[in-house]
Design a protein around this ligand. Structure first.
Ligand code: PLP
Length: 404
């Protein structure tokens, strides 16, 4: 086989379908977020980032940066091994205690990313519990799907956020089989929120465990940043709460929070936990500082929600269609892959605005979009500039306006 030719022809296919992914070469500037410098063939240009998952700008927070620097000065760079063999530092232990407390659980377990936490925890639960049936929301993230698929257990997909469909599918399954319901709180692409209470009610009725991905909610919702389940007083109803340290907490890593026995079980059996080097102590220290800060401070959460409201109202005033949802994610639907990429390129090249186009397969065809994520650090001027640029492009592309 001519391997090079094979790789190239597969990539050509992506280009033809308009699905080839291009990364923006950015340099974030400490203290300047959401401004960044972008490296191009024509030199370095200033851009405003409108699609970061550092939702609250905590990746720039002085407390987080100082904690990371101190940890490096104190312990050096890496963890030096897997958690099992010399990689557990006191920072990891403190961080797990902080996370358990954040979610009102007995215990928590760290992973190298949110992706790995879903893959490893679901993969282990679903492969090792004999006869388990997994009920998975149709909108679940790739990391959950891969974990469940890896387990080769029986799986049932229920309609996105449909309690009725979940209930019908639970009722149709073998009553004696162990069951797990896997879902998210805030869905990343539409920004809609699951009916957590109702899902817990149904799951309980059928004796199913519940596994909630709160990746797009931790740090941002609930009085201490525990997520939507905290805001709604439901954390105790969930068997497992999973989160990331890489989005609103601004650093990197993933975790689950659950009972002591469940966490110990995953710690003891999950290959994706056991056989990989632990997070560097500095990351654990930075995450710890970030979580502690957001447990106490409401300033970032309030400012975030206010910026989201302001952006939405200006989009409305200009007839730029965006999906209504109760979260901080503002999806502006373009509905055409080529136009979506084109608009994104023009925003970047001509206006210094960076919003990555989101195309199939991340979202269904005909719903291609710009997924805009305002942060507390976007100014009124930044918002005016973005909406003004979108307003002009909407006219140039002859895109449909929303009727006010
Ligand atoms: C980003 C994401 C993850 C993965 O988290 P990382 O820490 O980035 O690996 C998991 N679930 C959802 C819903 C996500 O959007």
């Amino acid at each position: 086989m001519n391997f090079e030719q094979f790789f190239r022809s597969e990539l050509d296919g992506l280009h033809e379908e308009g699905r080839y992914r291009v990364f923006a070469d950015l340099e974030r500037q400490r203290g300047q977020f959401p401004k960044a410098r972008r490296h191009t063939a024509d030199g370095v240009k200033d851009v405003t980032v409108w699609c970061s998952n550092d939702y609250l700008g905590m990746g720039q927070h002085p407390k987080v940066i100082d904690a990371m620097k101190q940890a490096i000065d104190h312990c050096g760079a890496g963890a030096g091994g897997t958690r099992n063999i010399s990689g557990t530092t006191h920072y990891h232990v403190l961080l797990e205690q902080e996370l358990a407390d954040l979610h009102g659980k007995e215990s928590a377990l760290l992973f190298t990313s949110g992706y790995v936490s879903n893959w490893a925890a679901l993969g282990t639960l679903c492969s090792r519990i004999p006869g388990i049936i997994v009920f998975s929301d149709a909108g679940n993230h790739a990391s959950m799907i891969e974990g469940i698929r890896h387990a080769k257990c029986e799986r049932v997909i229920f309609k996105h956020n449909s309690v009725a469909d979940l209930e019908a599918k639970l009722a149709a399954a073998d009553p004696a089989a162990p069951k797990l319901v896997a879902f998210e709180s805030v869905y990343s692409m539409d920004g809609d929120i699951a009916p957590i209470k109702e899902i817990c009610d149904v799951a309980e009725r059928y004796g199913a465990m519940t596994y909630l991905d709160e990746v797009h909610a931790v740090g941002m919702y609930g009085p201490r940043g525990g997520g939507i389940a905290e805001r709604e007083g439901l954390m105790h109803r969930l068997t497992v709460i999973e989160g990331t340290l890489g989005k609103a907490f601004g650093v990197m890593g993933g975790y689950i929070a659950a009972s002591a026995a469940l966490c110990d079980y995953i710690r003891s059996f999950a290959s994706g936990f056991i056989f990989t080097t632990a997070l560097p102590p500095a990351l654990a220290a930075g995450a710890l500082a970030s979580i502690r800060h957001l447990k106490e401070s409401q300033v970032e959460r309030f400012a975030h929600q206010e910026r989201v409201r302001r952006l939405r109202s200006l989009l409305d005033r200009n007839g730029i269609p965006h999906l209504p949802n109760p979260s901080h994610i503002v999806p502006v639907i373009v509905g055409d892959a080529a136009k979506c990429k084109w608009i994104s390129d023009l925003l970047l090249d001509n206006c210094g605005i960076y919003v990555q186009p989101i195309n199939y397969p991340t979202v269904p065809k005909k719903t291609e979009r710009l997924r805009i994520t305002p942060t507390p650090l976007h100014s009124d001027g930044d918002i005016d500039h973005l909406v003004g640029a979108l307003h002009q492009l909407w006219s140039r592309c002859a895109l449909a306006r929303a009727v006010a």
